[in-house]
Design a protein around this ligand. Structure first.
Ligand SMILES: Cc1cc2nc3c(=O)[nH]c(=O)nc-3n(C[C@H](O)[C@H](O)[C@H](O)COP(=O)(O)OP(=O)(O)OC[C@H]3O[C@@H](n4cnc5c(N)ncnc54)[C@H](O)[C@@H]3O)c2cc1C
Length: 394
Protein backbone atom coordinates (compact mmCIF):
# COMPACT_ATOMS: atom_id res chain seq x y z
CA UNK A 1 0.00 0.00 0.00
CA UNK A 2 1.20 3.51 -0.89
CA UNK A 3 0.73 5.69 2.20
CA UNK A 4 1.06 9.06 0.50
CA UNK A 5 -0.86 10.61 -2.36
CA UNK A 6 1.25 11.04 -5.51
CA UNK A 7 2.23 14.47 -6.87
CA UNK A 8 -0.45 14.12 -9.59
CA UNK A 9 -3.10 13.27 -6.99
CA UNK A 10 -2.11 16.31 -4.91
CA UNK A 11 -2.30 18.50 -8.03
CA UNK A 12 -5.74 17.07 -8.70
CA UNK A 13 -6.67 17.91 -5.09
CA UNK A 14 -5.71 21.58 -5.61
CA UNK A 15 -7.80 21.77 -8.77
CA UNK A 16 -10.80 20.06 -7.15
CA UNK A 17 -10.60 22.28 -4.07
CA UNK A 18 -10.46 25.47 -6.15
CA UNK A 19 -13.47 24.47 -8.25
CA UNK A 20 -15.51 23.35 -5.25
CA UNK A 21 -14.75 26.47 -3.22
CA UNK A 22 -15.90 28.63 -6.12
CA UNK A 23 -19.01 26.62 -7.01
CA UNK A 24 -20.52 24.90 -3.98
CA UNK A 25 -24.06 26.25 -3.47
CA UNK A 26 -24.21 28.44 -0.36
CA UNK A 27 -27.89 29.38 -0.47
CA UNK A 28 -30.68 27.85 1.64
CA UNK A 29 -31.21 24.10 1.36
CA UNK A 30 -34.65 22.51 1.06
CA UNK A 31 -36.19 21.22 4.30
CA UNK A 32 -35.56 17.50 5.03
CA UNK A 33 -39.28 16.71 4.60
CA UNK A 34 -39.56 18.48 1.23
CA UNK A 35 -38.66 15.56 -1.03
CA UNK A 36 -39.52 17.15 -4.40
CA UNK A 37 -37.52 20.21 -3.31
CA UNK A 38 -34.59 18.02 -2.26
CA UNK A 39 -34.73 16.16 -5.56
CA UNK A 40 -34.69 19.40 -7.59
CA UNK A 41 -31.81 20.78 -5.49
CA UNK A 42 -29.72 17.59 -5.73
CA UNK A 43 -30.26 17.15 -9.46
CA UNK A 44 -29.44 20.82 -10.22
CA UNK A 45 -26.17 20.53 -8.28
CA UNK A 46 -25.38 17.24 -10.02
CA UNK A 47 -25.94 18.99 -13.37
CA UNK A 48 -23.59 21.82 -12.36
CA UNK A 49 -20.84 19.29 -11.57
CA UNK A 50 -21.50 17.39 -14.79
CA UNK A 51 -21.34 20.51 -16.97
CA UNK A 52 -18.00 21.45 -15.42
CA UNK A 53 -16.56 17.92 -15.90
CA UNK A 54 -16.62 16.97 -12.21
CA UNK A 55 -19.25 14.21 -12.25
CA UNK A 56 -18.32 10.52 -12.01
CA UNK A 57 -14.65 11.12 -11.29
CA UNK A 58 -13.63 7.47 -11.84
CA UNK A 59 -16.44 6.59 -14.26
CA UNK A 60 -15.43 5.95 -17.89
CA UNK A 61 -15.15 9.04 -20.11
CA UNK A 62 -17.29 7.53 -22.87
CA UNK A 63 -20.28 7.57 -20.50
CA UNK A 64 -19.79 11.11 -19.26
CA UNK A 65 -17.34 10.43 -16.42
CA UNK A 66 -13.92 11.98 -15.87
CA UNK A 67 -12.01 8.72 -16.39
CA UNK A 68 -9.76 9.36 -13.38
CA UNK A 69 -8.45 6.81 -10.86
CA UNK A 70 -10.21 5.51 -7.76
CA UNK A 71 -7.66 7.39 -5.62
CA UNK A 72 -8.60 10.63 -7.39
CA UNK A 73 -12.23 9.80 -6.70
CA UNK A 74 -11.27 9.53 -3.02
CA UNK A 75 -9.44 12.86 -3.16
CA UNK A 76 -12.51 14.44 -4.76
CA UNK A 77 -14.79 13.06 -2.01
CA UNK A 78 -12.41 14.34 0.66
CA UNK A 79 -12.41 17.86 -0.78
CA UNK A 80 -16.13 17.63 -1.41
CA UNK A 81 -16.84 16.84 2.24
CA UNK A 82 -14.24 19.34 3.49
CA UNK A 83 -15.95 22.31 1.82
CA UNK A 84 -19.36 21.10 3.03
CA UNK A 85 -20.76 20.39 -0.46
CA UNK A 86 -24.34 19.00 -0.51
CA UNK A 87 -24.75 15.37 0.59
CA UNK A 88 -25.57 13.01 -2.26
CA UNK A 89 -29.00 12.37 -0.74
CA UNK A 90 -31.64 11.54 -3.41
CA UNK A 91 -28.90 10.73 -5.94
CA UNK A 92 -27.38 8.07 -3.66
CA UNK A 93 -28.62 4.88 -5.33
CA UNK A 94 -27.82 5.98 -8.89
CA UNK A 95 -24.41 7.44 -8.14
CA UNK A 96 -23.16 5.15 -5.39
CA UNK A 97 -24.37 1.69 -6.42
CA UNK A 98 -26.69 1.38 -9.47
CA UNK A 99 -24.20 3.23 -11.70
CA UNK A 100 -21.15 1.28 -10.45
CA UNK A 101 -23.13 -1.98 -10.87
CA UNK A 102 -23.93 -1.12 -14.49
CA UNK A 103 -20.26 -0.30 -15.09
CA UNK A 104 -19.26 -3.70 -13.65
CA UNK A 105 -22.09 -5.92 -14.95
CA UNK A 106 -24.20 -4.01 -17.54
CA UNK A 107 -24.00 -4.40 -21.32
CA UNK A 108 -22.90 -1.62 -23.68
CA UNK A 109 -26.42 -0.48 -24.46
CA UNK A 110 -27.36 -0.27 -20.76
CA UNK A 111 -24.21 1.69 -19.93
CA UNK A 112 -24.69 4.11 -22.83
CA UNK A 113 -28.34 4.67 -21.97
CA UNK A 114 -28.17 5.02 -18.20
CA UNK A 115 -24.75 6.20 -17.03
CA UNK A 116 -24.80 9.66 -18.66
CA UNK A 117 -28.33 10.25 -17.37
CA UNK A 118 -27.24 9.46 -13.80
CA UNK A 119 -24.22 11.75 -14.06
CA UNK A 120 -26.24 14.60 -15.62
CA UNK A 121 -28.77 14.49 -12.77
CA UNK A 122 -31.61 13.54 -15.14
CA UNK A 123 -32.86 10.58 -13.11
CA UNK A 124 -33.31 9.37 -9.55
CA UNK A 125 -32.85 5.65 -8.93
CA UNK A 126 -34.19 3.57 -6.07
CA UNK A 127 -33.44 0.07 -4.84
CA UNK A 128 -36.06 -2.69 -4.74
CA UNK A 129 -34.21 -5.45 -2.89
CA UNK A 130 -35.86 -5.84 0.57
CA UNK A 131 -39.25 -7.47 1.06
CA UNK A 132 -41.36 -7.98 4.18
CA UNK A 133 -39.90 -11.49 4.53
CA UNK A 134 -36.52 -10.94 2.89
CA UNK A 135 -34.19 -8.40 4.47
CA UNK A 136 -31.07 -9.90 6.04
CA UNK A 137 -31.92 -13.12 4.22
CA UNK A 138 -32.20 -11.32 0.89
CA UNK A 139 -32.08 -14.54 -1.15
CA UNK A 140 -35.48 -15.47 0.35
CA UNK A 141 -37.15 -12.83 -1.85
CA UNK A 142 -40.48 -13.85 -3.37
CA UNK A 143 -41.37 -11.11 -5.87
CA UNK A 144 -42.03 -13.21 -8.95
CA UNK A 145 -41.31 -12.44 -12.59
CA UNK A 146 -42.46 -14.63 -15.48
CA UNK A 147 -41.41 -14.25 -19.10
CA UNK A 148 -44.18 -13.27 -21.51
CA UNK A 149 -42.88 -12.69 -25.04
CA UNK A 150 -40.02 -10.23 -24.78
CA UNK A 151 -41.08 -8.94 -21.36
CA UNK A 152 -40.91 -9.91 -17.69
CA UNK A 153 -44.22 -9.66 -15.84
CA UNK A 154 -43.66 -8.85 -12.17
CA UNK A 155 -45.97 -9.52 -9.22
CA UNK A 156 -45.10 -9.02 -5.56
CA UNK A 157 -44.02 -6.45 -3.00
CA UNK A 158 -40.90 -4.56 -1.93
CA UNK A 159 -40.42 -2.51 1.24
CA UNK A 160 -38.04 0.15 2.61
CA UNK A 161 -37.51 1.48 -0.92
CA UNK A 162 -35.74 4.79 -0.25
CA UNK A 163 -36.90 7.57 -2.62
CA UNK A 164 -39.30 5.16 -4.40
CA UNK A 165 -41.92 7.90 -4.84
CA UNK A 166 -39.55 10.37 -6.53
CA UNK A 167 -37.53 7.87 -8.58
CA UNK A 168 -37.77 7.11 -12.30
CA UNK A 169 -35.83 3.85 -12.19
CA UNK A 170 -35.28 1.00 -9.80
CA UNK A 171 -32.65 -1.70 -9.40
CA UNK A 172 -35.07 -4.55 -8.83
CA UNK A 173 -34.46 -8.15 -7.71
CA UNK A 174 -37.07 -10.68 -8.82
CA UNK A 175 -37.39 -14.44 -8.66
CA UNK A 176 -37.41 -15.83 -12.17
CA UNK A 177 -36.86 -19.53 -11.37
CA UNK A 178 -38.77 -20.69 -8.28
CA UNK A 179 -37.56 -24.29 -8.79
CA UNK A 180 -33.85 -23.40 -8.53
CA UNK A 181 -31.97 -23.18 -5.19
CA UNK A 182 -32.81 -19.78 -3.69
CA UNK A 183 -29.58 -17.98 -4.69
CA UNK A 184 -29.79 -19.29 -8.26
CA UNK A 185 -33.27 -18.25 -9.42
CA UNK A 186 -32.94 -14.47 -9.02
CA UNK A 187 -32.66 -11.77 -11.71
CA UNK A 188 -31.44 -8.13 -11.40
CA UNK A 189 -33.52 -5.91 -13.66
CA UNK A 190 -33.93 -2.19 -14.36
CA UNK A 191 -37.56 -1.38 -13.56
CA UNK A 192 -39.15 1.90 -14.67
CA UNK A 193 -41.19 3.50 -11.87
CA UNK A 194 -44.75 4.82 -12.13
CA UNK A 195 -45.75 2.25 -14.74
CA UNK A 196 -49.18 0.49 -14.96
CA UNK A 197 -49.63 -2.17 -12.25
CA UNK A 198 -47.31 -0.43 -9.77
CA UNK A 199 -48.41 1.23 -6.55
CA UNK A 200 -45.99 3.20 -4.36
CA UNK A 201 -46.95 3.95 -0.74
CA UNK A 202 -44.72 6.20 1.39
CA UNK A 203 -43.84 5.13 4.96
CA UNK A 204 -43.27 7.78 7.63
CA UNK A 205 -40.23 7.28 9.88
CA UNK A 206 -39.78 8.26 13.53
CA UNK A 207 -37.79 11.31 12.38
CA UNK A 208 -41.01 12.56 10.72
CA UNK A 209 -39.93 12.25 7.09
CA UNK A 210 -41.15 9.81 4.44
CA UNK A 211 -38.04 8.87 2.46
CA UNK A 212 -39.09 5.21 2.43
CA UNK A 213 -41.83 3.44 0.47
CA UNK A 214 -43.56 0.16 -0.01
CA UNK A 215 -43.84 -0.76 -3.68
CA UNK A 216 -46.52 -3.17 -4.96
CA UNK A 217 -46.28 -4.86 -8.37
CA UNK A 218 -49.35 -6.35 -10.03
CA UNK A 219 -48.45 -7.49 -13.53
CA UNK A 220 -45.78 -4.80 -14.07
CA UNK A 221 -44.22 -5.33 -17.51
CA UNK A 222 -40.48 -4.81 -17.98
CA UNK A 223 -38.62 -5.40 -21.28
CA UNK A 224 -36.22 -8.35 -21.12
CA UNK A 225 -33.52 -6.02 -22.46
CA UNK A 226 -33.56 -4.42 -18.98
CA UNK A 227 -32.06 -7.54 -17.37
CA UNK A 228 -28.55 -6.78 -16.12
CA UNK A 229 -26.22 -9.78 -16.36
CA UNK A 230 -28.13 -12.90 -17.37
CA UNK A 231 -31.53 -14.26 -16.41
CA UNK A 232 -31.21 -16.13 -13.05
CA UNK A 233 -27.75 -14.61 -12.55
CA UNK A 234 -29.05 -11.78 -10.34
CA UNK A 235 -27.40 -12.92 -7.12
CA UNK A 236 -23.94 -12.30 -8.59
CA UNK A 237 -25.05 -8.85 -9.79
CA UNK A 238 -26.70 -8.08 -6.43
CA UNK A 239 -23.46 -8.96 -4.63
CA UNK A 240 -21.68 -6.41 -6.83
CA UNK A 241 -24.33 -3.82 -5.91
CA UNK A 242 -23.98 -4.55 -2.19
CA UNK A 243 -20.20 -4.44 -2.36
CA UNK A 244 -20.41 -0.92 -3.80
CA UNK A 245 -23.16 0.05 -1.34
CA UNK A 246 -21.11 -1.17 1.63
CA UNK A 247 -17.66 -0.38 0.29
CA UNK A 248 -16.84 2.56 -1.96
CA UNK A 249 -20.08 4.44 -1.10
CA UNK A 250 -18.45 5.22 2.25
CA UNK A 251 -15.29 6.81 0.91
CA UNK A 252 -16.23 10.33 1.91
CA UNK A 253 -17.78 9.54 5.28
CA UNK A 254 -14.55 9.82 7.27
CA UNK A 255 -14.18 13.48 6.24
CA UNK A 256 -17.85 14.26 6.76
CA UNK A 257 -17.68 12.66 10.19
CA UNK A 258 -14.50 14.58 11.08
CA UNK A 259 -16.33 17.85 10.23
CA UNK A 260 -19.33 16.80 12.27
CA UNK A 261 -17.15 15.94 15.26
CA UNK A 262 -15.47 19.35 15.08
CA UNK A 263 -18.95 20.90 15.28
CA UNK A 264 -19.72 18.78 18.34
CA UNK A 265 -16.45 19.87 19.99
CA UNK A 266 -17.38 23.51 19.28
CA UNK A 267 -20.77 22.81 20.83
CA UNK A 268 -19.11 21.31 23.93
CA UNK A 269 -17.12 24.54 24.35
CA UNK A 270 -20.36 26.55 24.50
CA UNK A 271 -22.60 24.14 26.41
CA UNK A 272 -22.83 23.88 30.16
CA UNK A 273 -21.31 20.78 31.76
CA UNK A 274 -23.31 18.01 33.48
CA UNK A 275 -25.49 19.31 36.33
CA UNK A 276 -25.00 22.83 34.99
CA UNK A 277 -21.38 23.05 36.20
CA UNK A 278 -18.69 24.76 34.04
CA UNK A 279 -18.43 24.01 30.34
CA UNK A 280 -19.18 20.58 28.88
CA UNK A 281 -15.70 20.33 27.37
CA UNK A 282 -14.12 20.69 30.83
CA UNK A 283 -15.94 17.63 32.11
CA UNK A 284 -13.45 14.73 32.20
CA UNK A 285 -15.89 12.13 30.89
CA UNK A 286 -17.14 14.27 28.00
CA UNK A 287 -13.57 15.27 27.08
CA UNK A 288 -12.51 11.60 27.15
CA UNK A 289 -15.37 10.56 24.87
CA UNK A 290 -14.67 13.41 22.44
CA UNK A 291 -10.97 12.50 22.29
CA UNK A 292 -11.81 8.84 21.73
CA UNK A 293 -14.24 9.76 18.93
CA UNK A 294 -11.53 11.87 17.28
CA UNK A 295 -9.13 8.92 17.38
CA UNK A 296 -11.83 6.64 16.00
CA UNK A 297 -12.53 9.00 13.07
CA UNK A 298 -8.78 8.87 12.31
CA UNK A 299 -8.91 5.08 12.49
CA UNK A 300 -11.80 5.11 10.04
CA UNK A 301 -9.75 7.21 7.63
CA UNK A 302 -6.90 4.67 7.83
CA UNK A 303 -9.33 1.79 7.20
CA UNK A 304 -10.85 3.62 4.22
CA UNK A 305 -7.43 4.20 2.64
CA UNK A 306 -6.44 0.59 3.17
CA UNK A 307 -9.63 -0.77 1.62
CA UNK A 308 -9.48 1.60 -1.33
CA UNK A 309 -5.92 0.73 -2.06
CA UNK A 310 -7.06 -2.93 -2.38
CA UNK A 311 -10.07 -1.96 -4.52
CA UNK A 312 -7.85 0.10 -6.82
CA UNK A 313 -5.85 -3.09 -7.53
CA UNK A 314 -8.78 -5.47 -8.06
CA UNK A 315 -11.48 -3.11 -9.45
CA UNK A 316 -14.12 -4.41 -7.01
CA UNK A 317 -14.52 -3.66 -3.30
CA UNK A 318 -13.99 -6.78 -1.18
CA UNK A 319 -15.84 -7.90 1.98
CA UNK A 320 -13.57 -5.59 4.06
CA UNK A 321 -16.04 -2.82 3.13
CA UNK A 322 -18.30 -4.34 5.78
CA UNK A 323 -15.69 -3.48 8.46
CA UNK A 324 -15.85 0.20 7.53
CA UNK A 325 -19.63 0.15 7.18
CA UNK A 326 -19.97 -1.41 10.64
CA UNK A 327 -17.38 0.80 12.32
CA UNK A 328 -18.87 3.93 10.71
CA UNK A 329 -22.47 3.15 11.62
CA UNK A 330 -21.68 2.49 15.29
CA UNK A 331 -19.35 5.49 15.52
CA UNK A 332 -22.01 7.83 14.09
CA UNK A 333 -24.40 6.63 16.75
CA UNK A 334 -21.85 7.16 19.56
CA UNK A 335 -21.16 10.70 18.33
CA UNK A 336 -24.89 11.47 17.99
CA UNK A 337 -25.57 10.12 21.47
CA UNK A 338 -22.81 12.26 22.95
CA UNK A 339 -24.15 15.31 21.10
CA UNK A 340 -27.59 14.82 22.61
CA UNK A 341 -26.05 14.53 26.08
CA UNK A 342 -24.08 17.75 25.56
CA UNK A 343 -27.17 19.60 24.32
CA UNK A 344 -29.26 18.32 27.21
CA UNK A 345 -33.05 18.73 27.39
CA UNK A 346 -33.04 21.48 24.73
CA UNK A 347 -32.32 18.79 22.13
CA UNK A 348 -35.54 16.98 22.92
CA UNK A 349 -37.51 20.14 22.30
CA UNK A 350 -35.75 20.78 19.00
CA UNK A 351 -33.82 23.82 20.25
CA UNK A 352 -30.16 24.72 20.20
CA UNK A 353 -28.27 25.98 23.26
CA UNK A 354 -29.38 29.55 22.68
CA UNK A 355 -33.06 28.72 22.39
CA UNK A 356 -33.08 28.97 18.60
CA UNK A 357 -34.46 26.10 16.52
CA UNK A 358 -31.51 23.74 16.43
CA UNK A 359 -29.42 22.87 13.42
CA UNK A 360 -30.68 19.35 12.87
CA UNK A 361 -28.94 17.64 15.83
CA UNK A 362 -31.96 15.70 17.05
CA UNK A 363 -33.02 14.84 13.49
CA UNK A 364 -29.53 13.45 12.86
CA UNK A 365 -29.70 11.48 16.09
CA UNK A 366 -33.04 9.92 15.13
CA UNK A 367 -31.97 9.26 11.53
CA UNK A 368 -28.65 7.85 12.75
CA UNK A 369 -30.48 5.01 14.48
CA UNK A 370 -31.14 3.52 11.04
CA UNK A 371 -27.41 3.45 10.19
CA UNK A 372 -26.97 0.03 11.79
CA UNK A 373 -29.84 -1.40 9.68
CA UNK A 374 -29.67 0.07 6.14
CA UNK A 375 -27.37 -1.65 3.64
CA UNK A 376 -27.31 -4.72 5.92
CA UNK A 377 -27.69 -4.74 9.71
CA UNK A 378 -24.71 -4.60 12.06
CA UNK A 379 -25.20 -8.30 12.88
CA UNK A 380 -25.04 -9.17 9.17
CA UNK A 381 -21.93 -7.01 8.71
CA UNK A 382 -20.35 -8.82 11.68
CA UNK A 383 -21.20 -12.17 10.08
CA UNK A 384 -19.53 -11.05 6.82
CA UNK A 385 -16.42 -9.80 8.63
CA UNK A 386 -16.25 -13.04 10.66
CA UNK A 387 -16.77 -15.43 7.78
CA UNK A 388 -15.34 -13.67 4.72
CA UNK A 389 -12.62 -11.41 6.14
CA UNK A 390 -11.40 -13.38 9.17
CA UNK A 391 -12.24 -16.83 7.77
CA UNK A 392 -14.03 -17.95 10.95
CA UNK A 393 -16.27 -21.04 10.72
CA UNK A 394 -19.93 -20.35 9.85
C1 LIG B 1 -32.22 3.89 6.20
C2 LIG B 1 -32.56 2.64 5.48
C3 LIG B 1 -32.66 2.65 4.10
C4 LIG B 1 -33.01 1.50 3.41
N1 LIG B 1 -33.16 1.59 2.06
C5 LIG B 1 -33.51 0.48 1.37
C6 LIG B 1 -33.71 0.56 -0.03
O1 LIG B 1 -33.62 1.64 -0.63
N2 LIG B 1 -34.03 -0.56 -0.69
C7 LIG B 1 -34.15 -1.78 -0.08
O2 LIG B 1 -34.39 -2.76 -0.75
N3 LIG B 1 -34.01 -1.88 1.28
C8 LIG B 1 -33.69 -0.78 2.01
N4 LIG B 1 -33.56 -0.85 3.38
C9 LIG B 1 -33.86 -2.12 4.04
C10 LIG B 1 -32.65 -2.82 4.67
O3 LIG B 1 -31.80 -3.33 3.68
C11 LIG B 1 -33.19 -3.90 5.61
O4 LIG B 1 -33.93 -3.25 6.63
C12 LIG B 1 -32.08 -4.70 6.23
O5 LIG B 1 -31.44 -5.49 5.27
C13 LIG B 1 -32.61 -5.61 7.36
O6 LIG B 1 -33.68 -6.38 6.94
P1 LIG B 1 -35.03 -6.43 7.80
O7 LIG B 1 -35.44 -5.03 8.10
O8 LIG B 1 -35.98 -7.31 7.06
O9 LIG B 1 -34.62 -7.09 9.18
P2 LIG B 1 -34.48 -8.64 9.47
O10 LIG B 1 -33.68 -9.28 8.39
O11 LIG B 1 -35.81 -9.21 9.74
O12 LIG B 1 -33.61 -8.65 10.79
C14 LIG B 1 -34.20 -8.50 12.10
C15 LIG B 1 -33.08 -8.67 13.12
O13 LIG B 1 -32.53 -9.99 13.06
C16 LIG B 1 -31.11 -9.93 12.89
N5 LIG B 1 -30.67 -11.04 12.03
C17 LIG B 1 -31.29 -11.48 10.90
N6 LIG B 1 -30.56 -12.48 10.35
C18 LIG B 1 -29.47 -12.66 11.15
C19 LIG B 1 -28.33 -13.53 11.08
N7 LIG B 1 -28.18 -14.42 10.09
N8 LIG B 1 -27.40 -13.41 12.06
C20 LIG B 1 -27.54 -12.50 13.06
N9 LIG B 1 -28.60 -11.64 13.16
C21 LIG B 1 -29.53 -11.73 12.22
C22 LIG B 1 -30.89 -8.61 12.20
O14 LIG B 1 -29.56 -8.14 12.39
C23 LIG B 1 -31.90 -7.70 12.86
O15 LIG B 1 -31.43 -7.23 14.10
C24 LIG B 1 -33.25 0.29 4.11
C25 LIG B 1 -33.18 0.28 5.49
C26 LIG B 1 -32.86 1.43 6.18
C27 LIG B 1 -32.82 1.39 7.68
Amino acid sequence: MELRFSREEEAFREQARAWLEANVPRGPKPAPHDLPGRRAYDMAWQRTMFDAGWAGINWPREYGGRGASLMEQLVWYEEYARVGAPEVSTGFVGLKHAGPTLIACGNEQQKAEHLPRILRGDVVWCQGFSEPNAGSDLAALQTRAVIDGDELVVTGQKIWTSFGHIAELQELLVRTDPEAPKHKGITWVICPMGVPGMEVRPIKTLAGNADFCEVFYDGVRIPLTNVVGRLNDGWRVAMATLSFERGTAFMSEQVRLARRLDEVIALARRARGPAGKGRAIDDDEIARRLALAKAEVDAMRAMTYRTLSGTARTGMPGPEGSMIRLFFSELVQRIDQLTMEILGPAALEGFDLDGVPEAGWSERYLTGLSQTIGGGTKEIQRNIVGERVLGLPR
